[in-house]
Design a protein. Structure first.
Length: 135
């Protein structure tokens, strides 16, 4: 697998996480808000890791989307637009997977869905533009 394939794989898995969250949010019955927010966090984490990979940086073994966003900001200051959202998503990486539940409402889950798609779209756009400028 070459570097281009790996970057695309990161982006595909990121989008799969977002799509899963969106699907679960659309359920008419009780929505699994913790799982939805977990998938939103995962979509952002993988999007940011795709960007780091595309810039030939080592990808930290972390779920800390705030840290990952700051690493991306070192390359492209435009990522600063998303630092607050990335820092807020960190809690969903681990806290939602264990018995002690955190309080999440539908408004928060909907905001996380919106932000995760915005960050994914931003990363994809930046990477597409970089690819075009190299061609």
């Amino acid at each position: 697998m070459n570097e281009f394939d790996i970057i695309n794989e990161w982006l595909q898995i990121a989008y799969d996480d977002y799509s899963s969250a969106l699907y679960l949010f659309g359920k008419p019955n009780k929505k699994p808000l913790e799982i939805i927010c977990y998938h939103c966090q995962q979509a952002v984490e993988k999007s940011l890791k795709a960007y780091l990979c595309a810039n030939d940086l080592d990808i930290p073994k972390t779920h800390d989307t705030g840290l990952l966003c700051r690493k991306c900001m070192e390359i492209n200051e435009a990522f600063s637009t998303y630092i607050k959202a990335c820092e807020e998503l960190v809690i969903y990486a681990t806290e939602t997977r264990y018995p002690i539940r955190i309080e999440i409402d539908e408004i928060t889950a909907k905001r996380n869905l919106k932000q995760s798609l915005e960050i994914y779209d931003f990363v994809k756009s930046v990477l597409d533009n970089a690819k075009k400028s190299k061609a």
